[in-house]
Design a protein around this ligand. Structure first.
Ligand SMILES: [Zn+2]
Length: 614
């Protein structure tokens, strides 16, 4: 995955194209009315191609699938399905930035390959409301001329809220089609679209079936298997094996590396309920905002036993509010209390549910633990519960927070003590089961790190799949399906370079900016201010040096003095062609002083020359 990742980082040529790419999209408006009517046609009529500009004979027809993200990372999930002149997109997720991308908020899928094809996009389907599936929607939908969006109620409501957060008053531009039941069927161009129920940690998650004459795609989105789910019966996917062949299963494989059996939701909830009920003091639960099902159940349980709940964490509060507005959480209006009122209730009557159980330095849970939360300080009698797993890479920060908690409270509970968390993804055993239930002709492992996709392929082959039945695609690779032919991975790839979002700027942060940030984070910076005579180019006074994060100047007087002398010399040896060429002087200072400082300190600070002409 790591090798692959490098490929997807923007090349210098991409930086240039990114601005033109945006302005192109901004100036372009796909004809929204036309797109909407395509979907509204009666099923029979729509079977004929609506766009008949170029007649494609059936022998040329094929189904192309290409992921724009989600194949080499967790997040940025986005897949394109293309059949003749009809395009469907599944999910528009974001990916949170890596540690080596300082200041970058997140990365979104690159849709430049769809430039010029906006009119062919029949719809964008969203499998569920997690950010790695909907997070990039406001930006990408706008870039693609607002094609119709399709999802279940909660998913669409979450997209609308994100849209409003992104640009006030733009929700009205969204053309939504609500999936009212999993039995609903929609015709989108030549795609027959239907759905199926899946279990996941958020309500309204849905699986997708795309039928075309050249293959049936089955895509559960994120999924898990629970033998004894909280609501309803366990899902058996065997009926999907009866769909027309060739059946192409695109399987989210994030859980392949989970060696432990998944804790059933019922078990973790029962344990949480017991802890809440028996707690003599306050209960503080740190979990993921994405665990909406669990939060919903905890709220209902708190209400049942007459305890009050305060929620803290922006995304958690937002998710609960949306679910409440839709009637998914029928609560008495006094059960939820503002966090600032937490102290007003008896200690055995209050629960705080908050985000940040991964030790994220700015998140609510961390602030509670390190005493910087405005309203809550931990007491010895508090019951503190980590209802979360440790996301790989966060082990150290979680460990730190645990150590701190054990000093503050006598009752700290986490998953290695009691089952208080159930993951949202299927594990290797479940993957094995679903493969036998659906019996696909072809398998494309998706929505995970590269190594997980390869491990899923290996597992499938142990279960009897042939090598040519399972393909692990890179981001941007195109696989083509044609009836009675073997699937073919095309040699050309579509552009999936990173589009980085930094604050409110999209794609404004190039690799150069990132390199500068990394450089400053690693070795600091040094500013060199030289004043020169605008006529003669000779230096006036002593150059000023300012160091930040590089060296402590007071203890390095010798080095500072030597640097000053060098700057003076550089200015003195100024470009003979132009006496006061400050660009020449700046470049020379940057290069020479950079080399000099590296030799002296083995560090490469960012050198910022400032030349003032007087
Ligand atoms: Zn999810």
């Amino acid at each position: 995955m790591f090798v692959q990742d490098k490929k997807t980082k923007p090349s210098p040529s991409h930086r240039q194209s990114s601005t033109t790419y945006r302005s192109h999209f901004n100036s372009r408006q796909a004809s929204p009315g036309k797109v909407a009517t395509v979907y509204q046609r009666p099923l029979r009529q729509a079977a004929r191609p609506v766009v008949t500009i170029k007649k494609v004979s059936n022998s040329e027809s094929n189904l192309k699938i290409y992921p724009l993200g989600g194949q080499e990372e967790v997040g940025r999930n986005c897949t394109v399905f293309e059949y003749d002149n009809d395009i469907i997109i599944l999910d528009m997720g974001l990916q949170f930035a890596d540690e080596d991308m300082p200041g970058i908020d997140y990365i979104i899928p690159n849709v430049s390959s769809l430039r010029g094809k906006e009119k062919n996009i029949r719809g964008v389907i969203f499998s569920h409301g997690h950010l790695d599936h909907i997070g990039a929607a406001p930006i990408l939908l706008e870039q693609l001329g607002n094609p119709p969006i399709i999802g279940r109620q909660l998913t669409l409501a979450m997209i609308k809220h994100r849209q409003e957060d992104y640009k006030r008053g733009t929700t009205k531009n969204l053309k939504t089609i609500t999936i009212k039941s999993v039995n609903q069927k929609i015709k989108l161009g030549k795609f027959d679209v239907s759905f199926f129920a899946v279990e996941h940690s958020i309500v309204d998650a849905v699986g997708l079936i795309l039928q075309t004459p050249h293959g049936t795609v089955i895509h559960p989105g994120d999924w898990l298997l629970d033998d004894d789910p909280l609501d309803g019966q366990a899902i058996d996917y065997s009926y999907l094996s009866k769909l027309p062949s060739p059946k192409i299963l695109m399987l989210e494989s994030l859980g392949i590396s989970y060696s432990k059996e998944r804790v059933p939701d019922k078990t973790s909830l029962a344990n949480l309920e017991k802890l809440i009920k028996e707690s003599p003091g306050r209960v503080i639960i740190g979990t993921f905002a994405s665990q909406l099902e669990r939060i919903t159940h905890l709220l209902a349980y708190a209400e049942k036993i007459g305890k009050k709940v305060a929620l803290d964490g922006y995304s958690m509060k937002l998710n609960v509010r949306i679910a409440q507005e839709l009637g998914y959480i029928p609560l008495h209006k006094h059960t939820l209390i503002p966090v600032e009122d937490f102290h007003k209730y008896p200690e055995n009557k209050v629960i705080l549910i908050c985000t940040g159980a991964q030790g994220e330095s700015n998140a609510v849970f961390s602030r509670v633990v390190n005493g910087s939360h405005r309203y809550i300080n931990i007491k010895k009698s508090d019951v503190i519960i980590f209802s979360s797993s440790v996301i790989p890479g966060n082990e150290r920060s979680v460990q730190k927070i645990k150590d701190q908690l054990y000093r503050l409270s006598d009752h700290v509970i986490h998953s290695s003590i009691m089952d208080v968390h159930s993951g949202g993804h299927a594990n290797a055993n479940d993957i094995k089961k679903i493969l036998h239930q659906i019996k696909p002709d072809y398998l494309l492992p998706v929505y995970a790190n590269y190594y997980m996709l390869v491990e899923t392929k290996k597992l499938a082959m142990r279960e009897g799949f042939r090598d040519d039945q399972v393909t692990v695609l890179d981001n941007g690779q195109i696989i083509k399906f044609q009836k009675n032919k073997k699937p073919q991975v095309l040699k050309t790839k579509v552009n999936t370079d990173y589009i980085m979002v930094d604050g409110l700027g999209i794609g404004d942060v190039s690799e150069i900016v990132l390199r500068d940030r990394r450089m400053m984070a690693d070795d600091g910076m040094i500013v060199i201010i030289a004043t020169i005579d605008s006529k003669t180019g000779s230096i006036i006074g002593n150059p000023d040096l300012i160091s930040r994060g590089f060296i402590y100047m007071k203890e390095n007087r010798d080095l500072i003095e030597k640097t000053r002398m060098r700057v003076k010399k550089i200015v003195k040896d100024k470009n003979p062609m132009n006496l006061a060429d400050d660009n020449y002087i700046k470049n020379k200072i940057r290069n020479d002083i950079g080399k000099f400082l590296f030799k002296a300190t083995k560090r490469r600070p960012m050198v910022l020359p400032v030349v003032i002409k007087v």
